[in-house]
Design a protein around this ligand. Structure first.
Ligand SMILES: Nc1ncnc2c1ncn2[C@@H]1O[C@H](COP(=O)(O)OP(=O)(O)OP(=O)(O)O)[C@@H](O)[C@H]1O
Ligand SMILES: [Mg+2]
Length: 271
């Protein structure tokens, strides 16, 4: 797909809420290629959610260009919603389910406006629930679900519109470590099964290393991209020398320190 260019891109994007006196984002350029799993890593408050909002077309950039995905990958601004799909879908940190709707109807709700029949919406919602392992919970109420199950419903609701780009804003941040780890495994399985392009926001270095094929670091004020790592399979084994070396490099990038580079892990891992 490299012939078609990136699926979505930001070019020299800047964002200010006060008419240019102070900037939250500045000079941010990022290409997202089809099938990639990109982690956007940065400290709390740096501007990660702001960047997602800009990419989704919910916030207009003060500077620069934003090109969102479209169904055919051709790239017109902010995509479209014809074709019974959406160009992109967002998973929030808290699942944001409607307590008065069953799990199935919460998931089906994501498809409003796509011109689908009630039956088609139901079938697609069930298929998405199957993908996250929650088919049996279709008729349950959100308040009867665990935190991890609620997040799975949030993921299903996003998948149900078959988006080209799946944006995830710290979706597992509020979960306990064991649940979090199993949802990470599930997400990787879903990514491999569906070939979605994913942009996953996190402030957790280990989560980024475990999940992503590429990590982009956002830091500073105004925030910019201060580092980037392309990962191979060998770097993903926790406790391996390569994993520890990459973790050290990412910590340096977040702190705005010089990149320790590919130095052997014993020189750089114990920061
Ligand atoms: N509407 C707004 N007006 C002014 N400032 C805003 C507005 N929205 C966000 N900000 C500021 O922009 C900065 C970035 O916020 P953002 O929510 O993007 O950070 P974040 O990296 O997602 O943080 P977290 O990890 O805590 O979710 C923060 O300093 C925030 O106070
Ligand atoms: Mg945020």
């Amino acid at each position: 797909m490299s012939d078609a260019g990136p699926l979505a891109r930001l070019e020299e994007v800047g964002l200010s809420h006060d008419g240019g006196k102070t900037f939250i984002l500045r000079h941010v350029s990022l290409n997202l290629h089809k099938g990639e799993f990109v982690a956007l890593l940065g400290p709390s408050g740096v501007g990660k959610s702001t960047l997602l909002r800009v990419l989704m077309g919910l916030s207009k950039p003060s500077e620069g260009t934003v090109v969102g995905p479209t169904q055919d990958g051709a790239g017109t601004s902010h995509g479209a919603s014809e074709g019974r799909r959406r160009a992109q879908a967002l998973v929030f940190q808290d699942a944001r389910l409607m307590p008065w709707r069953s799990v199935l109807r919460n998931v089906a709700f994501g498809q409003e406006g796509l011109g689908l029949t009630r039956q088609a919406k139901r079938e697609r919602a069930l298929a998405a629930l199957r993908l996250v392992g929650l088919e049996d919970a279709a008729d349950r109420w959100p308040r009867r679900l665990s935190g991890g199950q609620r997040q799975r419903v949030g993921v299903a609701r996003a998948l149900t519109v078959d988006p080209d780009l799946l944006l995830m804003d710290e979706p597992f941040g509020a979960l306990d470590p064991i649940t979090r780890s199993s949802l990470q495994d599930e997400l990787l399985r879903i990514w491999q099964q569906t070939h979605k392009t994913v942009l996953f926001v996190t402030h957790d270095i280990e989560e980024a290393l475990k999940l992503a094929t590429r990590i982009v670091v956002l830091s500073g004020s105004p925030a910019g991209i201060t580092g980037e790592l392309e990962l191979g399979a060998g770097e993903k084994e926790p406790d391996s020398p390569a994993f520890r070396m990459y973790a050290a490099r990412l910590r340096a990038m977040i702190a705005g320190e010089p990149d320790p580079g590919g130095a052997p892990y014993w020189q750089s891992a114990e920061i």
